[in-house]
Design a protein around this ligand. Structure first.
Ligand code: ADP
Ligand code: K
Ligand code: MG
Length: 462
């Protein structure tokens, strides 16, 4: 699911898939040489350059940032602006991540899996540095830059299972709290960095009719990518549709594990739509459904349907103020170093650009799986805390080797029902990234309600 390049390709019109494939082939060729033991030559980025870049000010990413270059009709200038904007953000973010990884205890950074991630960051930074010297001014340069973005996205695809394995192996040397603190900022920062790269890649694919001879092709010549999309953002995302496709996927792995398929009912407003990033919603809903399915089966209540209620916030004037109130005052992005006041200013800027159809959607997932024992409630948000184990022994901060061994090579342990302990904290990181939230209400002895609120971006300039 986190494997966004194949996903992006899946949503592209056929004519553009060839380019995507050639870009992928190219960076597969580069990433196979990636070995942690001996940092390859390209990973030599000068120390003082990393320090200089890491010290640069990083500001939070807003959906406005993502949308501003991508609105149809896409022109040559907008595409070049998007490339330069992307280039202005990424090196500082990567350099700061390199520093954060270095600040881990030495024995942890020396772990082969953690150092593999460290080297991936060095590699990505080194591929961007040549572009820092000058702006991207031609379509040829932009095309090369898009290849660098595809490489960056691909290189970092497996970060989560690799880091999970690394921290599992290092659990004697670093506390669960320290790991959670590191992962929370690292994975939140990763959400933003991937989005920046993927948004430009998506615009690159959507811009194919543009050429130097034809910098502003007439609308009739343009394909805008999948209908309703601006880059990676679906401006008419229907949560009920995503719930159904995630249900299908989770039912399969549930049946594989337990031999039963609980049912799921959707009520509320199944026709509601809003503007959001589909892959984020898919990740969150999959994790929440896995938890609900597991709970009903393990408590012997698999006949009790899981109830999903979709509620769109009413469109009343002034309602958009909710967006400001919803922004949590802690950084939603691990790479952001600004004050809460500034964050609100940025949120305001976001809202000015959106019209009144902007709204938030709350999805309640209600299961009859017995609830969460009060004594573990405070721990469920910690990375690697799980009560899942193949032999049903007591839970803890061990994560689960079995879960790791069956990782499908995508963004998390997507092919197993539970066990890595990353589902809830990572879902919350995704939800909070753009000012949403996840709250759990457990009715111990009966079941669990999970409230997922996502703040949409609305449609911009119809
Ligand atoms: P994992 O599913 O890998 O264990 P999560 O972060 O998704 O990791 O969940 C952590 C723990 O929270 C689970 O192991 C389980 O004990 C508890 N939990 C989460 N959702 C539910 C639910 N709907 N019902 C009962 N327990 C839950
Ligand atoms: K957890
Ligand atoms: Mg889970």
């Amino acid at each position: 699911m986190e494997n966004r390049i194949p996903r992006l390709i899946g949503t592209l019109p056929r004519s553009r898939r060839g380019l995507a494939r050639s870009i992928r082939r190219q960076h597969h060729a580069t990433s196979t040489s990636n070995s942690w033991q001996k940092p390859p030559a390209w990973a030599n980025v000068a120390e003082d350059e990393i320090a200089r870049l890491a010290a640069l000010r990083r500001r939070p990413l807003t959906l406005t940032d993502l949308l501003k270059h991508g609105q149809p009709p896409l022109s040559k200038q907008a595409l070049l602006d998007s490339a330069n904007f992307t280039l202005s953000l990424l090196p500082a973010r990567l350099a700061y991540r390199i520093q954060c990884l270095r600040n881990l205890p030495f024995i942890v950074v020396s772990n082969p899996h953690v150092s593999q991630i460290y080297n991936n960051y060095l590699h990505s930074l080194s591929t961007l540095l040549p572009y820092q010297q000058h702006r991207i001014t031609t379509l040829e340069e932009e095309k090369q830059f898009a290849e660098v973005m595809a490489d960056l996205v691909q290189t970092h695809t497996n970060t989560i299972p690799i880091l999970a394995r690394g921290f599992l192996e290092c659990r004697k040397y670093i506390s669960a709290e320290e790991v959670t603190r590191f992962l929370d900022s690292h994975l939140r920062a990763r959400i933003g960095t991937r989005l920046i790269a993927e948004q430009h890649l998506a615009l690159h694919f959507a811009s194919q009719p543009i050429s130097d001879d034809n910098p502003n092709p007439p609308l009739s010549q343009r394909e805008h990518g999948p209908p309703n999309y601006i880059g990676v953002i679906d401006t008419a995302l229907k949560p009920s549709q995503i719930v159904r496709s995630c249900e299908h996927f989770v039912s399969e792995i549930c049946e594989l594990k337990y031999g039963v398929r609980p049912t799921l009912e959707i009520n509320g407003e199944p026709d509601a739509t809003f503007a959001y990033i589909p892959v984020h919603v898919e990740y969150i809903i999959t994790e929440l459904l896995k938890n609900a399915f597991r709970a009903v089966v393990e408590s012997g209540q698999e006949r009790e349907p899981i109830e999903v209620t979709i509620a769109a916030a009413p469109d009343i004037p002034g309602n958009h103020l909710n967006h400001i109130n919803n922004i949590p005052h802690h950084a939603r992005d691990g790479d952001v170093d600004i004050s809460a006041e500034e964050e609100i200013l940025v949120a305001n800027e976001n809202i000015r650009l959106t019209n009144t159809s902007s709204q938030s959607i709350t999805i309640r997932i209600r299961d009859r799986g017995g609830g969460i024992p009060p004594e573990i409630l405070s721990q469920v948000w910690s990375y690697s805390f799980t009560t899942f184990s193949e032999d049903n022994s007591a839970g803890g901060y061990n994560g689960n080797i079995d879960a790791l061994n069956t990782i499908s090579g995508s963004g998390g342990n997507t092919s197993t029902i539970a066990g890595l302990g990353y589902g809830l904290p990572l879902s919350r990181a995704y939800a909070e990234y753009f000012g949403g939230s996840i709250a759990i209400q457990s009715l111990w002895g009966w079941g669990t309600d999970v409230y997922l609120t996502l703040s949409g971006v609305g449609r911009i300039g119809e």
